[in-house]
Design a protein around this ligand. Structure first.
Ligand SMILES: Nc1nc2c(c(=O)[nH]1)N[C@H]1C(S)=C(S)[C@@H](COP(=O)(O)O)O[C@H]1N2
Ligand SMILES: [Mo]
Length: 414
């Protein structure tokens, strides 16, 4: 994962929990986190209601997290242009074209006839924030995605030498307004483009949802043309009949309702690459302020406390960690010392381990009757630590995307 945070703190390298796991193997994740009879102590800091249910919904209520897989009907969705019409798996096809020797049009039956591959992957929207970021803290879920691998399909089409980038097109789209200087250039006295002088015109375009990857990224061996979620046919809101699944990336890369895969020889600059889902940073370099603009890409190391439970007098903090192969998770109560949480089993397949969240829990010994702050931080197998809000990688952000800072929640212990 190239986009991991730079804060390499080898101090915590290879946290002991990674090796201590075998001890826990006997209990499945449900047993560990389920505790169905335990009482959930509500957070004091509940997010406000979702103001944009047409764009996103079914957001995870963290307090309900009790198994590693999120059922499809509880899985959050994001749809910038609604669910497209005409979804029909008998007529649907995905075109693979552009700079390829053998363009192809693949039906669902063609895809299903190819090798079946599954990957468990936690998909988080890059807009998912901490509790201080507004309503959007539940834009995350974990599923077993099934389909066929993208890379061999691309190869079979014969990528031409000049093909450097792959664009994945959805079926959904809408009207977008782009500033255009035609009026200034043709009508202006000087002929010089002068933005924001009132002479510019807006251009209304119809834009289809699309995202691109470099050829190398697209060839990643776990990318799937996905038609199944948790062993069932992909639901409409999650991209039926076919979507891209790009394990290790933020949600936006996973184009739903896929209709076209196009190989091109330039950088694709559609809305969701170049205008929206762009992280803007204000960085200090050698005493100078530099603004940077990057497309939201690979997932980032992150964790969140999910809930506090009580069974008789036994309190527990539960949560999840994801975005990189997790070595350990630590929890801090108020200003106390960081305590090592216990991680649940990793998923069965080796490859899924870095892609899927790890649930964790911590025995909370004898909390006092008071309001407490609970914070977690994840550490990956390379020793990277989930940033605090003050870390430069986080604090330099001027947009809300990729908010992977440590999350603090508050709870009142009676
Ligand atoms: N075609 C299409 N694909 C899309 C989107 C979209 O609006 N249209 N939203 C993206 C975003 S921003 C996210 S976070 C994920 C969400 O996937 P889900 O709805 O299955 O949870 O889908 C991505 N794929
Ligand atoms: Mo997203």
């Amino acid at each position: 994962m190239e986009n991991r945070d730079n804060s390499r703190r080898t101090l915590l390298k290879g946290g002991s929990a990674w090796f201590g796991l075998t001890v826990l193997r006997m209990a499945g994740p449900e047993r560990i986190l389920g505790q169905q009879d335990a009482e959930v102590i509500p957070w004091l800091d509940e997010p406000p209601p979702n103001p944009v249910p047409q764009i996103t919904g079914n957001l995870l209520r963290w307090e309900t997290l009790d198994s590693r897989l999120t059922p499809a009907d509880k899985f959050f969705y994001v749809q910038h242009y609604g669910i497209p019409d005409g979804l029909n798996d008998s007529t649907w096809h995905v075109d693979l074209h552009g700079l390829v020797a053998r363009p192809r049009s693949l039906t669902i039956a063609d895809l299903k006839a190819r090798d079946h591959h599954e990957v468990e992957y936690t998909l988080e929207c890059s807009g998912n924030n901490g509790i201080d970021g507004g309503f959007f803290i539940g834009g995350i879920g974990n599923a077993r995605w099934g389909g066929t691998r993208l890379a061999p399909l691309l190869e079979s089409a014969g990528i031409l030498d000049q093909g450097t980038e792959v664009v994945f097109w959805g079926a959904d789209g809408g009207r977008e307004i782009i500033r255009d200087n035609t009026g200034v250039v043709s009508g202006g006295r000087t002929g010089v483009v002068e933005p924001d002088t009132g002479g510019s015109q807006d251009l209304t375009v119809t834009e289809t949802f699309a995202r691109s990857m470099s050829m190398r990224e697209a060839m990643g061996r776990d990318n799937l043309l996905c038609y199944e979620m948790n062993g069932q046919s992909l639901p409409r809101e999650h991209g039926f009949p076919v979507r891209l699944i790009a394990p290790g990336w933020y949600g936006v890369a996973n184009v739903k309702w896929l209709t076209r895969i196009e190989v091109i020889d330039h950088r694709f600059a559609g809305k969701f690459m170049a205008r929206d889902y762009v992280t803007v940073r204000e960085e200090q370099r050698n005493g100078q302020t530099v603004w940077t603009f990057t497309t939201v890409g690979r997932a980032r190391l992150k964790s969140a406390p999910a809930k506090v439970t009580r069974q008789q007098n036994r309190y527990m903090v539960h949560g999840a960690a994801w975005g990189a192969p997790i070595a350990s998770v630590q929890v801090q109560v108020d200003d106390g010392p960081w305590m090592e949480a216990t991680l649940d089993d990793p998923p069965e397949t080796r490859r899924s381990r870095g892609y899927t969240w790890r649930l964790w829990r911590l025995n909370w010994d004898q909390p006092s009757s008071a309001v407490h702050t609970i914070r977690s931080r994840a550490i990956d197998i390379d020793g990277n630590v989930q940033p605090t809000r003050d870390d430069a990688t986080f604090a330099s952000r001027r947009t809300f995307w990729e908010a992977n800072a440590q999350i603090a929640r508050t709870v009142r212990i009676p």
